[in-house]
Design a protein around this ligand. Structure first.
Ligand SMILES: [Zn+2]
Length: 258
């Protein structure tokens, strides 16, 4: 299994990161993708992925809620860092967030577009954060005339109908499912049950979105099997099969070697 989106470079893991990585591997989660969020934590992402080479792999990007007064400069710094630190998996975490702040939507779109362009030009996959903004994202994609890199819609919160359209138009994109699919009344696993198996990716977004029954505590990549188990039940396949398929999906979409 693969955790396609986790922030275990954060301070919350400084005391026991060795154990966090080891217990993930022991739980069958052999690869973790670590996306940055701003121009400062790229250093932490790099350091942690250097330490756990082959298991933890870096992605670099500017998160929409991390946009400050001079976002173009922030992004220049991040892309410059990425260029000097090959190999890295892709560009992330990038996207749109209309939950926290709608006022800077045009700036968010500009910064997102720049990162999509960069990924496209450098043939890198992306990890996309899109909160309460799927229709805006779909409009942006429509205008790009097919120039959409592969990657993941992490923590997808759109509708089943929108997901079906995305699958049809952008087959290079997968959908990242994490702890929220285990929450009561969550419609997330309904999305998983209505898209092809080949588009399903697993993730944690640790330390956030901890799955049931550990909700309320720090999330960890070792909980990916709980996500697989919930999704497998919703879709009607075995946990083993879904674990294998989602791992193959992540390797294909993010270009990871066996
Ligand atoms: Zn994240």
């Amino acid at each position: 299994m693969i955790d396609t989106h986790t922030h275990i470079y954060e301070k919350a893991y400084d005391e026991d990161r060795d154990l966090v990585v080891r217990s993930a591997v022991e739980a069958g989660v052999g690869v973790m993708l670590l996306p940055s969020t701003n121009e400062e934590d790229v250093e932490d992402v790099w350091a942690v992925t250097e330490k756990y080479k082959g298991v933890c792999m870096p992605m670099y990007g500017l998160h929409p809620t991390e946009i400050g007064d001079n976002p173009d400069l922030q992004l220049d710094k991040i892309l410059d860092f990425a260029m000097r630190h090959e190999p890295y998996v892709g560009i992330g975490e990038i996207g749109l967030d209309l939950h926290w702040d709608k006022s800077n939507i045009e700036v968010q779109k500009h910064i997102f577009e720049r990162q999509i362009d960069y990924a496209w030009e450098h043939d890198k996959p992306v990890s996309i954060h899109c909160r309460e903004a799927v229709s805006v994202l779909m409009d942006m994609f429509e205008k790009r005339g097919g120039r959409i890199p592969g990657g993941s819609l992490h923590c997808y919160d759109g509708s089943v109908e929108q997901a079906k359209v995305i699958v049809r138009k952008y087959p290079q994109l997968g959908f990242g499912f994490g702890g929220s699919c285990t929450y009561k009344n969550s419609k997330v696993s309904e999305v998983a049950a209505n898209i092809p198996l080949t588009h399903i990716l697993t993730e944690t977004d640790a330390p956030y979105l901890t799955p049931v029954p550990h909700r309320g505590t720090r999330n960890e990549p070792k909980y990916v099997p709980l996500v697989v188990s919930r999704l497998a039940a919703a879709i009607g396949v075995s946990e083993g099969d879904l674990g294998a398929v989602t791992e193959a999906n992540a390797r294909r979409i993010f270009g990871l070697k066996e």
